[in-house]
Ligand binder design. Structure first.
Ligand code: AMP
Ligand code: ZN
Length: 117
């Protein structure tokens, strides 16, 4: 989709933070404003606006994203002790960029509380 920053990053049209993992379906790159020692965003290479727009036709991307998250966990070394996966969906979910993305956050012990603030 035109004017979508994550589409552009996924197509290598604009540079971004370090790319952690990439395959034919998915790109994973460091978040610009990390909230933990490891903070990676995992995005589909196809434009899907948000989690609610995942459907039977594009579901393969969700499967690829989940596999990529496990790879990111291994590559960054956070798999062993654990990590958190976050998806902000639409306005009330706090989604700022309207291209589906999963935050993979770790490298420190996170609070068990879910932040609803
Ligand atoms: P969300 O609120 O779930 O939409 O999160 C959007 C995330 O994208 C934020 O954590 C931003 O720091 C991050 N972000 C925005 N622009 C970029 C960029 N060009 N490269 C990497 N991360 C970005
Ligand atoms: Zn997009």
């Amino acid at each position: 989709m035109e004017d979508c920053i994550f589409c552009k990053i996924a197509k290598h049209e604009i540079p971004t933070e370090k790319i952690v993992y990439e395959d034919g379906y998915v790109m994973a790159f460091n978040d610009l404003n990390p909230e933990a020692p490891v903070h990676v965003l995992v995005v589909p290479k196809m434009h899907i606006s948000n989690f609610d727009d995942v459907d039977e036709e594009n579901f393969v991307y969700l499967e690829k994203i989940m596999k990529a998250i496990k790879e990111v966990g291994k590559i960054t070394g956070i798999s062993e002790k654990g990590y958190r996966i976050i998806n902000n969906c639409k306005e009330y979910g706090g989604q700022a960029i309207n291209h589906l993305h999963f935050h993979v956050i770790g490298g420190t012990k996170l609070s068990s509380k879910i932040n609803v603030g």
